[in-house]
Design a protein around this ligand. Sequence first.
Ligand code: HEM
Length: 392
Amino acid sequence: MEPVTMPTERTTPFDPPEELRRLREQNPVTPLRYPDGHIGWLVTGHAAARTVLSDPAFSARLELKRLPVGPPADPDQVQPAPPGYFLAMDPPDHTRYRRLLGGRFTPRRMRALESGIEAIITDQLDEMEKLGAPADLVERFALPVPSRVMCELLGVPYEDRAHFQSISGALMGFDVAKMQEAYVGINEYLYGLVQRKRAETTDDLLGELVAQTDLDDVELTSIGFLLLIAGFETSANMLGIGTFALLTAPDQLAAVRADPDLMPDAVEELLRYLAIPQYGLTRTAVKDVEVEGQTIREGEVVTVSIPAANRDPKRYPDPDRLDVTRSATGHVTFGHGIHQCIGQALAMLEMRLGFTALFDRFPNLRLAVPAEEVEMRAASQIYGVHSLPVEW
Ligand code: HEM
């Protein structure tokens, strides 16, 4: 089989690149050429995706990874994950951190945050209403809500909020120099925050980790940083593009409005359908392994396409249709296996409360520009909208 390069060209805002469909139909495990010339694999089928993500023959270690798009990594920069950055570690290191954090992200713990999240949402909607239409939903709602939720979760004091939000915002930008500056800034800020929490115990996630675990300040800084990058941009983009998807599918929006009990299913379906980690998840084989008849050799890198797996007709009937009444569980937007998103209960809560309050507050919410003019985050790891002009 001739290796392909990662398909990235979309023809519609919500559908994955058409080429992914062809690959999934012909060969759900197909050779893929990486930007540095490495020949690895692209997985587009739902079953194969879950196999790769749950098989210990595949490693998540940072130093073994290659991304399927973008410039090739500089070999001098290839390093293991810093202590605490467990997203890019394998057991037993991953297990140790995940155990320390897992119990703090249960649906029950997240429900305890519910009233705080509701207050943040109300506050942002009040501000948006006061400033009047038209408004950019991303600037007024989709970005500030998860950013403030993250401040609350990590225990960023109120007086530091603006500073924290501006550096975390810059981190999600496109300007490489600014991003590097923001990376240093946020790590310095988090390190200082951890030290302050050592001096004075606080009742929040970082405060608890300081008081109740033997994690050191460097590990806690990396954990704070990981939670921030994993939990802010993702939720923000889901709120933005999720609103866009609902506004352009009036029948689906009407269905959730008519029956608010549908909201949890609608959130699950939006996650499946929009599949915002658009370039997928990468793993590296640490031994020879067979997946759906293909032998993957030790050292070969595998990219699991989340958009392709979530649209596999073998798993979801009529997969290209946004259908808020279907059961979309089993999608891989939060990953699968030991690295499956630790913050998923929080993310779903933010979306459930966010969409409900937004459409309650503005029953006539609509786009303020033609849908074709909404600018998509085409070249970002996390897909979404740059801005979403709305009126009501
Ligand atoms: C819609 C929102 C979100 C999406 C789509 C999302 C997606 C993902 C995915 C795909 C992974 C697995 C990565 C892999 O296997 O390589 C992951 C892991 C993770 N996510 Fe999320 N996430 C979201 C929200 C959040 C939130 C709100 C938090 C924290 C508050 C969070 C924290 C994490 C962490 C710490 C990991 C690493 C878990 C591990 O390696 O064991 N995420 N997320």
